[in-house]
Structures are given as C-alpha cells and as structure tokens.
Design a protein around this ligand. Sequence first.
Ligand SMILES: Nc1ncnc2c1ncn2[C@@H]1O[C@H](COP(=O)(O)OP(=O)(O)OP(=O)(O)O)[C@@H](O)[C@H]1O
Ligand SMILES: [Mg+2]
Length: 299
Amino acid sequence: MVTRQKILDLFQTIRAPRRRRLGVPPRIISISNNKGGTGKTTTAVNLASGLAFLKGYRVLLIDFDPQGNASIALEVDIENLDCSVQDLLTGKVTDFKYLLWDRGENLKILPANNALKDIENELVSNIDGRVRLRERLAPILNDFDYIIIDTPPTLGLFTQGPLIASTAVIIPVDVGFFSLQGIRHLLEDIEKIRSHYNPNLQIGGILLTKSDSRTILSKQVEQTLRKNFRDKAFETIIRVNVDIIRSQIARKSIFAFDPASTGAKDYSSLIAEIVGNIVAFPRERSEASGSIQKKARGH
Ligand SMILES: Nc1ncnc2c1ncn2[C@@H]1O[C@H](COP(=O)(O)OP(=O)(O)OP(=O)(O)O)[C@@H](O)[C@H]1O
Ligand SMILES: [Mg+2]
C-alpha cells in the first residue's frame, strides 16, 4: 500500500538539486486574467513554491495585486508591512534587503497591500509608469531563476507593468461561462504590449483551473480551450480540490500542506510542463546569490 509517508519520501527524492545558472536571465512569468477568481493567485503561489521546493530553483514571487492575496497565502502580515512593492515603484525603498521576505531556502516574496492602489494615478500620469517595474527589477535579475508575478483581475496598469517586465504570461481560466470569452481582451493587450514595449513576451500557456471532470461543463470548456488555443493550452488541468482551499486557510503552499493531495499532483505536473517546455537552464552558475534576508520558514 502506498502510505502518505512513502509519497512524502518520493517528493523528497524527486526534488532536484539546486539549479545553477551561468548568466542566464530569469524567466519572468506573469499570472494574468482580467476575470476575477480564475485561480491566478493559487497558481502563482503554488508555481513559485513548487519551483523552489520541488525543483530547487531560486524563485521570487512578486505580489502585484493590492488585494495582497499571494502575500497573505504565504503568511505575510500585509496590515503591518514596513515596505512593499509600492515602495519599490515609487523609489522610496529600492534596497531589496528590506523589500523581500524569505519563505524557505529558495523562495522569496515581494509583498503588496492596499497601499499599492494609492500610486496608480502617479504611475498612470508618469511617462515611465508602465516600465517602472521592469526597470526596478533589473538589479536583482541575477539572483533568481524564476520570477513569478501575481496580477489583479484588471487590464489596467497593474497588469500591463508586469507584462512589460515578463518573458511569459500564464493565463488561468476557470470553467465559468465568461472565462474563455474574456481573455480576448487580455490577448489583445498582450499583442499591444509586444509591439510597443516587450517583443519578448510569450504566451506561456492557458491553464484550465477548478475543473471537475464529472461535469459536462468542465469537459466542454476543456474541448473549447484545446480547439481554440491548441498547443497554447497546457496539457495539465488543475482539478477542483478542497485541499487547495484548506492550504490557503493554513497559509501554506499545497506542497507544504499536503504533498499527496490532488492539488499538489496537478501543480507538480504543471511545473514539470513549464520547466520542460519553457526553459532549460545550463547546469552551472558562477556564484551564489547573496544579499537577501529575513526569517526563513517552510512554505
Ligand atoms: N483547484 C482549486 N480547487 C478548489 N478551489 C480553488 C482551486 N483554485 C482556486 N480555488 C479557489 O477559488 C478562489 C479564487 O482563487 P484565486 O484567489 O486563486 O483566484 P484569482 O484569480 O487570484 O482571484 P482574483 O481575481 O480575485 O485575484 C479561491 O477561493 C480559491 O481558494
Ligand atoms: Mg488573485
């Protein structure tokens, strides 16, 4: 019989040694969909955690949503932040030593809270507002293999800034009726960003989330997704799983909460697809990254 302990052991053994790079820029992946509740934050948190803990990559998770859900999910007290992504954008705090929180050996988070909203007008009215995130991240690019950015359910500047800074975008869609229809606007924006700001931006993939294979609707949405988007749709589908909700209540990634859960299996499969398809890093990296701080915890 496969016991829970055996599965835990298996996760340990498949955990790859820490990856090393040689001057390769990080993959910067925005998780975006202007529709609310499609699983962006859930995907950002578990993708970042899994890349760090299962695969040993050095990962930065950036919370770029004033709701601060990714920060909350990894146990950052967003009501009492000394500094956050908002300070990086305004230039008030640019030393990453003060901005990043350790969430385990290979994972750091740059948190956000409601204060991010306060600077929207400033960013919109400034000529460099949209490119500021890209510029401010430049000093730490060599410290990470992957940077994952969680974005809010809007098509405004808080989604455009991350897309301009990214090398790829992953679009989670749920089985809701408007989910697939709505991404047309996002795809149009991605095209504009490609032609005006960032020709390197790829569609990393469209990810079906919260799927329940017992329902006809889930099957129909999957068929439509594969028909319309073909190889842009991930093979992996994230199934509805109550452990994902429980892990968020416990403020842990699904891997830390229950590595044997359906949610952990699905996100692990997504990670394998992303690592296999989007990126293959050279084996060696010249130096260990230094500088970054704060209490390490297992998430
Ligand atoms: N695979 C899943 N199974 C069950 N519930 C899920 C799953 N994925 C996400 N959820 C739940 O769906 C809700 C929305 O998820 P999430 O917050 O990740 O979406 P979002 O796109 O980030 O939302 P927003 O647009 O508000 O930022 C949450 O309550 C979350 O717990
Ligand atoms: Mg969210």
